[in-house]
Design a binder for this molecule. Structure first.
Ligand code: NAX
Length: 332
């Protein structure tokens, strides 16, 4: 039997984690033959809630789970970590300015980055889910200089899945018939959901989405804004932010990173930019990536016309502003 891996979930007492834990424990992310030890981190007042979660994990009787650590201590949480889901973050409260939110989160991700740098394995794969996800990831990477840049990522897979679902529903096909959609940029309302290279499989043949839908106007306006605003629509209806779909997307993201994508298929991941597609190096930007042997590569050579350039730049501009504000907050 394989040695257990150490998997960390922060914000473990929250609603996304509640949906995430079972999928991870059941082998859907790291493989059905991969035992694991779960490390659950939350703040001190939530430790009682974590005990309840542990009872439920026990009651699921899952053979892959070789241990569960619950803690409010970052050293204990990140010790020997192989994979980390950073879900915990400071939520936006009424009357809070964007800058206040950034400042509160900078504090959390500075502290967790420093701990990951010291205590996690250097091969650790890190997924930031907590918002603002891209900039939290940038701060984390900044304070964890000994961890390779390619080990940091943030979640835009939920947006990616939402884009697939919208196309599938419009064409009345199954979502798995749709491939190679892209989310570019920030996990925010400036993101650019792009289906110019996406295809849909109809009766065994891959057809460009633009040819199948035959409504460029819809694809270039309504489709984009539906995906951009989907999170807000869920909040309006549920009075709570997306949790089940966010947990599922987090599992898709980590599973593909761990186990690889199919040949000629790509997925969207927020990663540390290497300058591809004219994006500032070091910014955490969502790109189409292909994954093999646990390493992603940014898909190169996709067409960028004037229309797309403007959208790529708009979301980059927002990320540059967030970066400036966040880095300022690190010294305050
Ligand atoms: P919840 O409020 O249910 O849970 C968050 C948990 O984090 C709480 O238990 C809280 O005590 C804990 N926490 C706060 N500070 C912490 C710290 N310093 N260390 C450890 N734990 C800490 O939120 P939930 O609905 O689970 O959402 C979590 C985060 O995901 C939020 O920031 C949310 O905005 C973000 N999302 C990101 C998405 C994405 O696609 N990137 C989509 C879904 C979601 O909106």
């Amino acid at each position: 039997q394989k040695e257990p891996i150490h998997v960390v979930i922060t914000g473990a007492a929250g609603q996304i984690a509640y949906s995430l834990v079972y999928q991870i424990c059941n082998g859907e992310v790291f493989g059905k033959d991969q035992p694991l030890i779960l490390h659950l981190l939350d703040i001190t007042p939530m430790l009682g809630v974590l005990q309840g979660l542990v009872m439920e994990i026990d009651d699921c009787s899952i053979p892959l789970v070789k241990g569960v650590v619950t803690t409010d201590n970052e050293e204990q949480a990140f010790k020997d970590a192989d994979a980390v889901f950073l879900v915990g973050a400071m939520p936006r409260k009424e009357g809070m300015e964007r800058k206040d939110l950034l400042t509160a989160n900078v504090k959390i991700f500075k502290s967790q980055g420093t701990a990951i740098d010291k205590f996690a394995k250097k091969t650790v794969k890190i997924l930031v889910v907590g918002n603002p996800a891209n900039t939290n990831c940038l701060i984390l990477a900044h304070f964890a200089p000994s961890i390779p840049r390619e080990n940091f990522s943030c979640l835009t897979r939920l947006d990616h899945n939402r884009a697939k679902a919208q196309i599938a529903s419009r064409l009345k096909v199954s979502p798995d018939a749709v491939k190679n959609v892209i989310i570019w940029g920030n996990h925010s309302a400036t993101q650019f959901p792009d289906v110019r290279s996406a295809t849909v499989n109809v009766n065994g043949t891959d057809t460009p989405v633009y040819d199948a839908i035959k409504d460029d106007q819809w694809l270039k306006s309504d489709f984009i804004s539906i995906v951009q605003k989907r999170g807000a629509a869920v909040i309006a209806a549920r009075k709570l932010s997306s949790a089940m779909s966010a947990a599922k997307a987090s599992c898709d993201h980590m599973r593909d990173w761990w186990q690889g994508t199919k040949e000629n298929e790509w997925v969207s991941m927020g990663v540390v930019s290497d300058g591809s597609y004219g994006v500032e190096k070091g910014l955490v930007y969502s790109y189409p990536v292909h994954i093999k042997n646990g390493r992603y590569s940014i898909v190169q050579g996709l067409p960028v016309d004037d229309w797309a350039r403007e959208l790529l730049d708009k979301t980059q501009k927002e990320l540059l502003e967030e970066k400036t504000d966040a880095l300022k907050a690190t010294s305050s």
